[in-house]
Design a protein around this ligand. Structure first.
Ligand code: A3P
Length: 307
């Protein structure tokens, strides 16, 4: 089987598993070829002023926020879109270039909607410059490091286009050493936070806040985006985007993506704040906290590990 052809669905569940990609340093950040192969085209992506970027470190709730925004903008005008197009096509993943998938950049180019909702995991220094030139609105979602690490570990187990995380303690060590795809969680969350101080079109939000009060966070999103939906509509969006609803929705739960084995771990896994407590040993937690204190110097950026 030729797996080198990209842009087509090549992999079928009855075939042997895809070989796991190798991780390597790319402009100072660990990546795999699935996110670097289309690099020049990504960097020269032509943004439009109406584009909205959803930027996150992996596993911060990207799909959740993408789903909320998609409902806010398009549920009334195009309900069939929500019922028939997977979320990763409605909100393309800009930098992805993997064998089973159309290139994210091409999907973004071809999006028929205004605004175009575009997802990225790129650290701040890699965002294509056209987004800055057009002063595009950016929604950044952060999630506490411990739950992010746990979620990323399970994601690596079930997703063949991720390097094999091997086991929890190895993965946790890799996380601390930034040897995971998209590199340092610390640089990512801090880089976007610092940018927010000078670029007013970033709305920085947190997974934990969204869990605590989804309605309140939808209100903040709407005010950032200049939307004024009715109370009924906001309620519909909050209900539609509940974990259990999204878990059942084939267009949101990634069950149509063959390179993910949901029997190993479902994409919509737990959706909780504090699941790290079921994974970290006491010693791992103490070491992690020590390391965290050294790396998180900015006192204004605070994450909650429980709510
Ligand atoms: P867990 O693995 O902790 O369950 P991303 O979309 O950035 O890859 O993030 C995936 C994480 O967000 C997963 O976390 C997933 O369960 C969680 N998630 C997705 N939709 C959610 C929702 N509606 N409510 C709460 N968590 C959600």
């Amino acid at each position: 089987m030729n797996r080198s052809i990209r842009g087509a669905l090549l992999w079928e569940p009855e075939m042997e598993p895809l070989p796991r990609p190798t991780i390597f340093e790319f402009h100072g950040v660990y990546m795999t070829n699935y996110f670097t192969e289309n690099w020049d085209n990504i960097q020269s992506f032509e943004a439009r002023p109406s584009d909205i970027v959803i930027a996150t470190f992996p596993k911060a709730g990207t799909t959740w926020v993408s789903y909320i925004l998609d409902l806010l903008y398009f549920e009334d005008v195009c309900p069939e879109r929500i019922a028939s197009i997977p979320i990763h096509e409605r909100v393309p993943f800009l930098e992805i270039s993997a064998p089973f998938h159309h290139k994210g950049k091409d999907l973004a180019d071809q999006l028929p909607t205004t605004p175009r909702l575009i997802k990225t995991h790129l650290p701040i220094q890699f965002l294509p410059k056209s987004f800055w030139e057009h002063n595009c609105r950016i929604i950044y979602v952060g999630r506490n490091a411990k739950d992010s690490a746990v979620s990323y570990f399970h994601f690596g187990r079930m997703n063949f286009i991720q390097p094999d995380p091997l086991n929890w303690s190895t993965f946790l060590q890799d996380f601390k050493e930034d040897k995971i795809v998209f590199g340092s969680w610390y640089d990512h969350v801090n880089g976007w936070w610092e940018k927010k101080q000078t670029y007013s079109n970033i709305h920085y939000m947190f997974y934990e806040d969204l869990t605590e009060d989804t309605g309140r966070e939808i209100d903040k999103l709407c005010s950032f985006l200049g939307l004024s939906p009715s109370a009924e509509k906001k309620e519909r969006v909050a209900t539609g985007a509940k974990f259990d609803n999204m878990k059942q929705d084939k267009m949101a739960n990634y069950s149509t993506v063959e390179v993910m084995d949901h029997k190993v771990s479902p994409f919509m896994r737990k959706g909780k704040v504090g699941d790290w407590k079921n994974h970290f040993t006491v010693a791992q937690n103490e070491e992690f906290d020590e390391d965290y204190k050294k790396k998180m110097k900015n006192p204004t950026l605070k994450f909650r590990t429980e709510i």
